[in-house]
Ligand binder design. Structure first.
Ligand code: NAD
Ligand code: LMR
Length: 339
């Protein structure tokens, strides 16, 4: 069953928003019925740069779409059930993927690989076929592996463009800002922290030395802060006690990154944020994907920034990050390449 909005969602953005000069965008959420997908869909409904929202899930997306569609912003919302993925992807320019299972206490993100790898591969394969020019924002864990899975799947189909595939590591950036601000006693706006590497434990490397407030946090307080940024996800998994992992803060972070990309696609200059992309920075170490500050532009990735000055402590964190990240990336690639 398709919701009645389908026909209208195919109308051109120009017709839907003839009063504005902005280039509005059709966005799809795959996994829209889930713990992240629902609040993320709500937040995207409120984004003025979204003209149309395509909500897809193997369970419950039409209901979420009906609910979200009543919010009084102009974007169209369509919900698509399990067998309508191609319809959901038709004409989309940005696809956000929070589909897949979350952790339970005692699990690592890598423990999700066996279930989520094929979910993400199959979704990427459909995107490559139906909307090969779409920008793909991967939330599903383990991000260090699912992003290479998306890249390799698209490459196999001959439609991979490294400028358009992103691992969403914004939750690490959000946590780093929040935790640092609470130690420094300032507003989180004053503590933007560049977080580099990947998205799991030791692969998450906060560059606190580059922050006006972060660089003053020393000794045990520094060690504890780094640990909290690296293992903040575990805090939530433990507190939810078997009911899943971060959903609300992730929806916030996912909407924040999507909004940054939409602003850049609309021509805003100077949109810079960390994200996990195919990167030249550590290719000499065999690491093809890495999160660092990236300038977003009308074509997606515009420029990948080097790390800049890092402290001796951060050098050590990077040394710990590299082998794990390399292993995670290779595992993702092998899953597609050896299939
Ligand atoms: P959830 O179980 O609440 O929701 C997942 C949704 O995906 C469900 O509605 C399910 O029906 C749907 N789904 C499963 N297979 C699908 C498919 N083939 N196509 C479309 N939808 C499908 O889980 P959640 O809490 O929303 O977490 C989702 C994922 O996001 C997990 O892998 C989790 O680890 C990850 N996550 C990542 C970050 C990050 O920082 N990148 C943060 C939090 C969670
Ligand atoms: C997070 O960082 O909260 C997510 O990756 C979910 C998790 O499994 O911890």
């Amino acid at each position: 069953m398709l919701t009645r909005c389908t026909a209208r969602s195919l109308a051109s953005p120009a017709r839907l928003f003839s009063t504005s000069a902005a280039r509005h965008t059709k966005v799809a959420v795959l996994g829209a019925g889930g713990g992240i997908g629902q609040p993320l869909s709500l937040l995207l409904k409120a984004d003025p740069l979204v003209s149309s929202l395509s909500l897809y899930d193997i369970r419950g997306a039409p209901g979420v779409a009906a609910d979200v569609s009543h919010v009084d912003t102009p974007s169209e919302v369509c919900g698509y059930p399990a067998d309508k993925l191609d319809n959901a992807l038709d004409g989309v320019e940005v696809v956000v993927i929070p589909a897949g299972v979350p952790r339970k206490p005692g699990m690592t993100r890598d423990d999700l690989f066996n279930t989520n790898a094929s979910i993400v591969r199959d979704l990427a394969s459909s995107i490559g076929r139906v909307s090969p020019k779409a920008h793909i924002l991967v939330i599903s864990n383990p991000v260090n592996s699912t992003v290479p899975i998306v890249a390799s799947t698209l490459a196999k189909a001959g439609v991979y463009d490294p400028k358009r595939v992103f691992g969403v590591t914004t939750l690490d950036v959000v946590r780093a800002a929040r935790f640092t601000a609470s130690i420094a006693g300032v507003h989180p706006n004053e503590t933007p922290i560049t977080v580099v590497g990947g998205h799991s434990g030791a692969t998450i490397v906060p560059l606190l030395s580059q922050s006006v407030h972060g660089k003053n946090i020393k000794g045990e307080a520094y060690e504890k802060l780094v640990y909290r940024i690296q293992f903040g996800g575990d805090e939530v998994v433990k507190a939810k006690d078997g009911a899943g992992s971060a959903t609300l803060s992730m929806a916030y972070a996912g909407a924040k990154f999507t909004s940054a990309l939409l602003r850049a696609l609309n021509g805003e200059k100077g949109v810079i944020t960390p994200t996990f992309v195919e990167s030249p920075l550590f290719k000499d170490k065999g690491i093809d994907f890495f999160s660092s500050n990236v300038e977003l532009g009308v074509n997606g990735v515009e420029r990948i920034f080097p790390l800049g000055h890092v402290s001796a402590q951060e050098e050590k964190l990077l040394e710990a990050c590299f082998p794990e990240l390399k292993k995670n990336i290779e595992k993702g690639r092998a899953f597609v390449d050896n299939a």
